[in-house]
Design a protein around this ligand. Structure first.
Ligand SMILES: [Ca+2]
Length: 156
């Protein structure tokens, strides 16, 4: 009986790990400065750009609009602290899905005025790159919206 209980316990433990593996378990940062309130960074639960926005909405948040230099600097500070020089790819809330070539912030509907593109980006490679993510060096790239990455939400 004791052996059976042990096996059941092991099974439940493994099951819990599997469930946790697909659940968002990101980290909340309370910034409250430079136009940033709360920031949620998810790295384990990777999903496409649309799903990322849905996950943010579930938290009463939105994919982050990095629409000022001050917000970008505040976010950069967090990402540097969290990931040093190897930031994972993370979705942010901009795309040119509505108007090709005009990147807009999902949260505000405003076209991008401030931007932090990598050199030579956005390039709309093969005509298929419409969503924006943060790359390893924390600059931005346009890429296919269906790619699965972590994401950054912002809230009040
Ligand atoms: Ca690109």
């Amino acid at each position: 009986m004791a052996v059976l209980n042990q096996n059941v316990f092991k099974f439940l433990f493994v099951l819990q790990l599997i469930i946790q593996g697909v659940q968002p378990l990101g980290k909340i940062h309370h910034v409250n400065k430079h136009g940033l309130g709360k920031v949620y960074i998810e790295t384990a639960h990777k999903c496409n750009w649309f799903k990322a926005q849905i996950e943010c909405t579930r938290k009463n948040m939105s994919l982050i609009a990095v629409d000022t230099a001050a917000k970008a600097a505040a976010l950069d500070e967090i990402l540097t602290k969290e990931f040093d020089t190897s930031c994972p790819h993370l979705w942010i809330g901009a795309s040119d899905l509505a108007v090709e070539g005009t990147f807009q912030w999902l949260k505000t509907g405003q076209p991008m005025s401030y931007s932090k593109w990598k050199p030579n980006m956005p390039d709309n490679y093969l005509g298929k790159e419409h969503c924006v993510h943060i790359t390893h060096d924390r600059d931005w790239n346009d890429i296919k919206c269906g790619f699965k990455y972590g994401y950054i939400c912002e809230g009040a």
